[in-house]
Design a protein around this ligand. Structure first.
Ligand SMILES: [Zn+2]
Ligand SMILES: [Zn+2]
Length: 384
């Protein structure tokens, strides 16, 4: 998740000219202009759409970080959704009826006991050991390739599992998608971003360990995969686990992937985004379920799962902007949710800095255990 909103959403790109379209609130645009920055304006209104070269993205994003801080209210919902209805192919069909009854206690409870904190810790240590996972850095590209190898190794004895590196054409860092094949055409997706950023010194060369943001989420997803595979679970629907590229520069990997699902009219039964799991920032609750730009029914289902299987306090909270990869799926009217490690206002102050490391976590992954168990119960209870 982004501590300070990048405030940009890449709407469309032209492969040949490498131009990108970026949308941001009018106030943010005015702030940039007042500081002498100039951009080509495509559409002007409450939201401003800019056209710029891909190479200019870093400077735009850095300028926004420096000058505007958090964005309050990123999209005007009604306008945005009317526009989406016209633009997107599968709009009406993407959100179909799902059975959210919680009925698989005898299966779920024993599997939750198999989640291991020590494994979460070592996965986080490994994935935060790259100098950076910035989307355009050699280390960031390699980290995702190494993650694909890790997931392939975990599942090497299963012929019904495939691991793919997803090519995004416009930048080199790939996303990773692991599929456990079911017997229907529906997909259950658990994902989180694999890239990292240092907003004090943005670019491919600065130190950006991204432990909490989001090596923790990748560790949680990897542990869910391990528990499912070791229990020899054979799913009814396709289970898909995703590590998204280039989230920190405008949700680019997940936007590209959700677009492909929409265009191919592929079914998504539900999408769960995991981004930031190891920092207990709120004293009185263990997690937030983000209520804006997410699916209300699926959020209620997640709340029921927390109460039934975890018994820890939680609450609803809002991001008020397109704060992480769940947005890319709700943007296309798929059911998506985002579970977060604290209230948004009480998030980890070290994310997006060189200090987002395991050293400051007291050698504990206890908070991430909650997210691994919740993700696991989500997959199992939705898979019917
Ligand atoms: Zn993040
Ligand atoms: Zn972030």
């Amino acid at each position: 998740m982004k501590a300070f909103s990048i405030l940009l959403l890449l709407l469309s790109t032209s492969l040949y000219s490498k131009e990108v379209s970026v949308e941001l609130p009018l106030n943010s645009y005015k702030e940039l202009i007042s500081r002498g920055l100039k951009y080509k304006v495509q559409n002007f209104g409450k939201k401003v759409e800019l056209r710029l070269k891909e190479a200019e993205l870093n400077s735009l994003s850095a300028a926004l970080h420096a000058h505007t801080g958090r964005c309050g209210g990123f999209v005007t919902k009604s306008v945005e959704k009317n526009k989406k209805k016209k633009l997107l192919k599968g709009w009406d069909d993407n959100r179909y009826t799902v059975d959210y009854r919680v009925t698989k206690e005898t299966l779920v409870k024993p599997l939750l006991e198999n989640v291991q904190e020590s494994r979460l810790l070592s996965l986080m240590a490994w994935f935060s050991s790259y100098k950076t996972r910035y989307y355009s850095s050699p280390e960031g590209i390699k980290a995702m390739e190494d993650l694909a190898k890790n997931w392939s190794k975990l599942t090497e004895n299963r012929s019904d599992v495939k691991v793919e590196l997803i090519d995004h054409k416009e930048w080199k860092q790939k996303s990773v998608v692991l599929t456990i094949k079911g017997s229907t055409d529906e997909n259950i997706i658990v994902g989180g971003h694999g890239d990292s950023i240092n907003s004090d010194d943005e670019g491919p060369h600065s130190h950006s360990p991204g432990l909490d943001d989001n090596a923790s989420g990748i560790a949680v997803i990897t542990e869910i995969i391990r528990v499912l595979i070791e229990s020899n679970y054979k799913p009814h629907h396709n289970l898909q686990f995703m590590a998204f590229a280039a989230e920190e520069v405008g949700l680019r990997g997940s936007m590209d992937i959700s677009k492909r699902y929409d265009e191919k009219v592929k079914k998504i039964r539900g999408m769960l985004n995991i981004d930031g799991t190891n920092f207990k920032g709120s004293e009185d609750i263990n997690l937030s379920i983000i209520s804006d730009e997410t699916d209300k029914e699926q959020n209620q289902f997640l709340g029921t799962l927390v109460d039934k299987y975890l018994g820890v306090p939680w609450g609803y909270d809002k991001c008020n902007y397109a704060c992480s990869d769940h947005y890319s799926f709700s943007y296309r009217n798929f059911r998506s949710s985002f579970i977060y490690e604290s209230r948004v206002a009480e998030e980890n102050p070290r994310i997006h800095t060189a200090d987002d490391t395991l050293d400051v976590m007291n050698g504990s992954a206890a908070h991430s255990v909650i997210f691994a168990k919740l993700g696991l119960s989500y997959v199992l209870e939705l898979d019917k």
